[in-house]
Write a protein that binds this ligand. Structure first.
Ligand code: SF4
Length: 351
């Protein structure tokens, strides 16, 4: 108990938490306890005060479905899950339309996602088409397979500001990719000047504090602009299906602990959920087309939330979604005089 109080004091004073501090939070704090609510309070205060309560919705477009040879044990694209039996892509025109719709709805960034066996040259055709259609100030982020130094430079040249890339929980054991390869990709992205977005995922009941610390450590070491946590969604047929998932309340504890450990003004959670927004998360993802947590080809008909859904959820959590409509709203009339209206597309990407 004493140790927890010391960790809370460090966090409150803005000091950097150690790996041991994160480990102690994960081992000792129990959902629903007094310490849990104090942890959530501190984590929310950190990101809320850093951004004046602003929060962002990032929109992801899944370009394809495929029986992916990497066969990660949690993913609906993993070939062993048997969910998707053939390669299918949405087409350039559909990708552009979806990106424009998300942009018009106020998405603060657009992510393009592919499976690990999708050809890079075809991916760049999508990237160039979407980039050309979007407003110049709309950040474009790649959520793709592992890549080389040259490909990282090509991503930068194609107009990507950043990548979403992580060392997943039990990487190399539950996934078909070695930790080393994931880190090489992160290093290539950083060397090319791409911003790293990160999340500890996909969290299930079997993961220990040691697993979580190991994943979070990589995000902080490589200067990720945020990391929270995402829980695993059980996909029938996948190897990890029987292990189940965790509750949103359990997820929120990890989001808060990692948020304090990262010490960044932004923190994320996925899928969007209220307890984690009360635990300091201020980045959530809307999804369209394919989704590794869904068995439908178009996640809009399944699990994926729209940009508007996410904005509403942020508002319900007492946050202010950064978008043209909502940026005109304020709890404080003096603060929101016309001169001080927020005009940027994304505070996170500084655009
Ligand atoms: S998580 Fe990525 S690499 Fe793993 S099976 Fe799914 S698409 Fe393939």
């Amino acid at each position: 108990m004493r140790q927890l109080n010391e960790i809370f004091k460090k966090a409150k004073d803005g000091q950097r938490l150690s790996d041991d501090d994160l480990r102690a939070l994960l081992y000792q704090v129990r959902p629903g306890s007094e310490e849990y609510y104090h942890l959530l309070y501190l984590a929310r205060r950190l990101t809320f005060e850093a951004n004046g309560g602003l929060a962002e919705v990032h929109g992801q477009i899944g370009i394809n479905v495929a029986p992916c040879p990497m066969d990660c044990g949690f993913c609906s694209f993993g070939k062993g899950s048997g969910v998707f039996k053939e390669n299918k892509e949405i087409g350039l025109e559909a990708a552009v339309d979806l990106a424009l719709r998300m942009e018009a709805d106020g998405a603060n960034a657009i992510y393009l996602m592919i499976t690990a066996d999708f050809p890079m040259d075809r991916f760049f055709e999508y990237a160039y088409a979407v980039k050309k259609a979007l407003k110049p100030e709309t950040p474009l982020v790649a959520n793709i397979k592992d890549f080389t130094d040259q490909e990282a430079m090509a991503l930068k040249e194609a107009g990507f500001v950043g990548v979403y890339h992580t060392v997943r929980l039990r990487e190399g054991l539950d996934t078909g990719i070695a930790v080393k390869r994931r880190i090489e990709t992160i290093e290539a992205a950083k060397d090319a000047g791409l911003i790293l977005t990160y999340c500890v995922e996909p969290l299930g009941p079997e993961h220990t504090p040691e697993d979580i610390v190991a994943a979070a450590k990589v995000g902080r070491q490589y200067g990720a602009v945020f990391s929270g946590a995402m829980r695993r969604i059980p996909i029938a047929g996948s190897r990890l299906y029987e292990k189940g998932t965790i509750t949103e309340m359990e997820l929120s504890l990890v989001v808060a602990a990692i948020g304090l450990y990262m010490g960044t003004p932004f923190n994320c959670t996925h899928e969007p959920n209220m307890p984690s927004l009360m635990a300091g998360a201020n980045i959530v993802w809307a999804e369209t087309a394919s989704n590794p947590r869904d068995t439908r080809e178009n996640t809009e008909e399944g699990r994926g939330l729209s940009v508007r859904d996410c904005q509403r959820l942020l508002q319900e959590a007492g946050l202010r979604p950064l978008c043209p409509d909502y940026s005109l709203q304020s709890q404080n009339k003096n603060e929101d005089s016309p001169k001080r209206r927020i005009r940027s597309r994304s505070k996170l990407f500084n655009i």
